[in-house]
Design a protein around this ligand. Structure first.
Ligand SMILES: C[S@@+](CC[C@H](N)C(=O)[O-])C[C@H]1O[C@@H](n2cnc3c(N)ncnc32)[C@H](O)[C@@H]1O
Length: 279
């Protein structure tokens, strides 16, 4: 990311979430704040969503990864977890929609300082009132010590926590990903949901071309998305960072679980995965 500029991909993902509300009626992830936080007209959102038939695949994956994370998060809360950490939050609205508001839950929204400032401005401009639970923690994963910053914001390292890291891994260096995973696994009884991309060969031809063009465009605006993993190696990588139970959900499984909820879902194989890892 460019040091003083908010993430452009955070805006793209927010558009996908908003398009999912408009076109699919939020059938995978119902988000009444998705349009409000975006502050764009429905027709612009639809234009974005209909730009290419394969955009439906991005819309499915964006909604599904949040749904998988939020379902796992709810189960963790039922087990007594009271700290939620949203790493690389972008314009994620979970803190606004938090269904566990009656419990004393702390939601730490961690993001690059420039993106977080921009989000807070957007929330104010959209006149979205903040509930009492989110705690905003500006962190650059490449430079800062995420644990130090979280503890500085009140995070209790001796209590369990549920972490999400959605749409972030491709943009980080292996080193920053490794340090972040090490920190998560240092918190007893913690768990994490994150997503990752396979190398380009795992995508069907048409998707590969689109992904290539997208990566080049991102490179030009200073957001590289280079970090990819082979599914065959992901469990071993997570074990080396201290995780034991690893569930890796591939795109085929996501399409069969949620695909019917997305209008006009294009065919195509995407090397996209959602992982739920526990200690
Ligand atoms: C594609 S967006 C995903 C946002 C959000 N998780 C969602 O699903 O809507 C990527 C996010 O990663 C964050 N990010 C990228 N590089 C980062 C870094 N070095 N430090 C902190 N955050 C970073 C961006 O600020 C942005 O919010």
């Amino acid at each position: 990311m460019k040091p003083n500029e908010p993430s452009r991909t955070a805006l793209i993902i927010a558009r996908q979430r908003a398009a999912h509300q408009v076109l699919d009626h939020g059938s995978i992830l119902y988000d009444p704040f998705a349009m409000k936080i975006l502050r764009e007209d429905e027709k612009d959102v639809l234009q974005f969503a209909n730009k290419h038939p394969l955009a439906s695949i991005g819309r499915l994956f964006t909604a599904a990864r949040s749904r998988i994370a939020e379902d796992a998060l709810s189960r963790a809360v039922e087990r007594g977890v009271r700290q939620i950490v949203i790493l690389g939050a972008g314009l994620d609205t979970f803190a606004l929609r938090n269904p566990h508001g009656a419990l004393e839950i702390r939601i730490y929204e961690v993001d690059h300082p420039a993106t977080q400032t921009w989000k807070l401005e957007r929330l104010a401009e959209a006149q979205i009132a903040l509930p009492p639970w989110p705690i905003f923690v500006p962190v650059d994963f490449e430079r800062d010590d995420v644990g130090e910053k979280l503890v500085g914001a009140g995070f209790q390292e001796n209590s369990p926590a549920f972490f999400t890291l959605l749409g972030v891994v491709p943009y980080l260096t292996q080193d920053a990903i490794g340090r972040t995973l090490d920190y998560i696994s240092s918190i007893q009884n913690s768990e994490v949901v994150f997503d990752y991309m396979e190398p380009p060969e795992a995508f069907s031809e048409e998707l590969r071309q689109i992904e290539k063009a997208r990566a080049e465009q991102l490179e030009r605006i200073g957001e590289r998305s280079d970090t990819r993993f082979e599914p065959a190696g992901i469990a071993a990588i997570l074990r080396s960072h201290g995780f034991c139970a690893v569930e890796d959900i591939d795109f085929q499984e996501i399409a069969s679980r949620f695909g019917r909820a997305v209008q006009g879902l294009a065919p195509g194989h995407a090397g996209l995965h959602v992982v739920h890892a526990k200690l």
